[in-house]
Design a binder for this molecule. Structure first.
Ligand code: 5GP
Length: 108
């Protein structure tokens, strides 16, 4: 997989307002927020899209942990309601081909 803006954010080659980090995931503010809180939760593993999940490599379990990480982060932030969104493929509105989930809330 080629480098994307998000892989460069992981490597700290370009700046982002980082909100949370684990061995597997990074979360940072979306540069063009669509809600009061708009955080992108990305995998450090280079996967282009939900469309490219590899079941043999248990990528679905990684995505499950990504959702739990976002759930736990929101709870710690006192955010009680939010939307989680994946854009899947160009025809699904995806612009950055590095797996990510949007967390949007009017709280935070
Ligand atoms: P998607 O690929 O799911 O459509 O969305 C990509 C998201 O990444 C967009 O909401 C866009 O605003 C955000 N984005 C694009 N470039 C950057 C960047 O350089 N930094 C940050 N923080 N967000 C970005």
């Amino acid at each position: 997989m080629e480098d994307t803006i998000f892989s460069k954010i992981i490597k700290r080659e370009i700046p982002a307002n980082i909100r949370h980090e684990t061995d597997e995931f990074l979360a940072f503010d979306d540069i063009n927020p669509q809600a009061k809180t708009h955080v992108l939760f990305i995998t450090k593993k280079p996967i282009e899209s939900i469309i490219d999940l590899n079941e043999e490599e248990k990528d679905h379990e990684l995505v499950g942990r990504l959702i739990l990480e976002a759930r736990n982060w929101a709870k710690a932030e006192g955010i009680t309601g939010y939307r989680l969104k994946f854009h899947c493929g160009k025809a699904g509105g995806q612009e950055v081909f590095h797996l990510h989930m949007h967390l949007l809330s009017n709280q935070g």
